[in-house]
Design a protein around this ligand. Sequence first.
Ligand code: FES
Length: 119
Amino acid sequence: MAKYRRHMFVCTNQREPGSARPSCNADGTSQLHAQLKQAVDAAGLKGTVRVNKAGCLDQCEHGPNVVVYPEAVWYGHVSTADVAEIVASHLVAGRPVERLALPDACIHTEACEHRPAKT
Ligand code: FES
């Protein structure tokens, strides 16, 4: 089997109500992973693009989150309404969806203004 050209990780983490941080699949009903997978297959990308469920990606305050490699494009606040655009623009045409991309200053940095303050 050939290597995948792209790998997409979809956070499906669910935390208990009242947790200190939010979660991307707060009520456990998210269809985001399933719809992305279906759209990738429908676009003829099965075997080229892999869509995996992921645990927490540590970007919880921006969720629901999706990251696409090898470009390392992090998408935040993704909904099922964004699925068609992500697949057509990024995965088919190679143009990341800028309106959903998280700024570099928010990815794995303490400087992100959305993170809870460390105590
Ligand atoms: S719960 Fe999704 S990134 Fe943390």
